[in-house]
Write a protein that binds this ligand. Structure first.
Ligand SMILES: Cc1ncc(C[n+]2csc(CCOP(=O)(O)OP(=O)(O)O)c2C)c(N)n1
Ligand SMILES: [Mg+2]
Length: 198
């Protein structure tokens, strides 16, 4: 069983990281989450400890909700590793390459199927990563070969500061078996909105 993590806990975690970052104590970029706590808490109820979770540059909430020790996550962030929080023991992998985790997730799902494992892979991607070709290829392959791979699209209609619907003319239709939620970003793409000098 995973420890129950509340919305307040998540918000307080990011608020604390924001304060530390603003003091100039984190010598690396950070990407803070917010306004999506309810959606994520609901989604993570379906994700088991034995499942793999793959995430992005903005992974603090995903890591904590997948059962990584919040103090350990905080230590990693303070070491400047916010953009790539990884813990193989806890089956958690995050990469800052847009779309980078999508084929990795597919490889893990193939491996799990070959081993006849009953674990699944959950991959969290932004709305712009969802529009990339690699998503559509991996989605098609996973579906056609019945692989244990679930996608979660986190839609803030932004790619850094560029509106995704304007880039593509419109947004693509989300397939019925892809988990989706939308939210309004409370923090800038990276940092806290305060200019920090080291
Ligand atoms: C291959 C690659 N290209 C560009 C970037 C720069 N970049 C970082 S995040 C990001 C926006 C991605 O938007 P989305 O997938 O919607 O994710 P969000 O941050 O909104 O959750 C971009 C372009 C990158 N990290 N990797
Ligand atoms: Mg986005």
């Amino acid at each position: 069983m995973k420890k129950k993590i509340t919305k307040e806990f998540l918000i307080n975690f990011e608020t604390e990281i924001k304060k530390i970052y603003n003091k100039g104590s984190i010598r690396g970029p950070i990407h803070l989450s917010g306004n999506n706590e309810d959606s994520l808490i609901k989604i993570f109820k379906k994700i088991k400890k034995k499942d793999w979770v793959l995430s992005t540059w903005r992974s603090h909430y995903h890591a904590i909700l997948h059962g990584l020790n919040p103090s350990w996550v905080k230590k990693e962030i303070l070491k400047g590793r916010s953009m790539g929080i990884n813990n193989y023991k806890k089956k958690f992998y995050a990469s800052s390459i847009v779309g980078g985790v999508i084929p990795i997730a597919l490889g893990i799902a193939v491996g799990l199927k070959r081993k006849k494992s009953n674990s699944k892979v959950w991959v969290f991607i932004g709305d712009m990563a969802f529009e990339t070709g690699v998503f559509h290829e991996v989605y098609k392959y996973a579906k056609n070969f019945n692989l244990p791979l679930n996608f979660v699209v986190e839609d803030n209609n932004l790619s850094t500061n560029t509106p995704t619907n304007k880039v593509w003319g419109k947004k693509s239709k989300i397939p019925g078996d892809v988990i989706y939620y939308s939210y309004k970003r409370p923090y800038p793409h990276h940092g806290t909105g305060t200019w920090v000098l080291f």
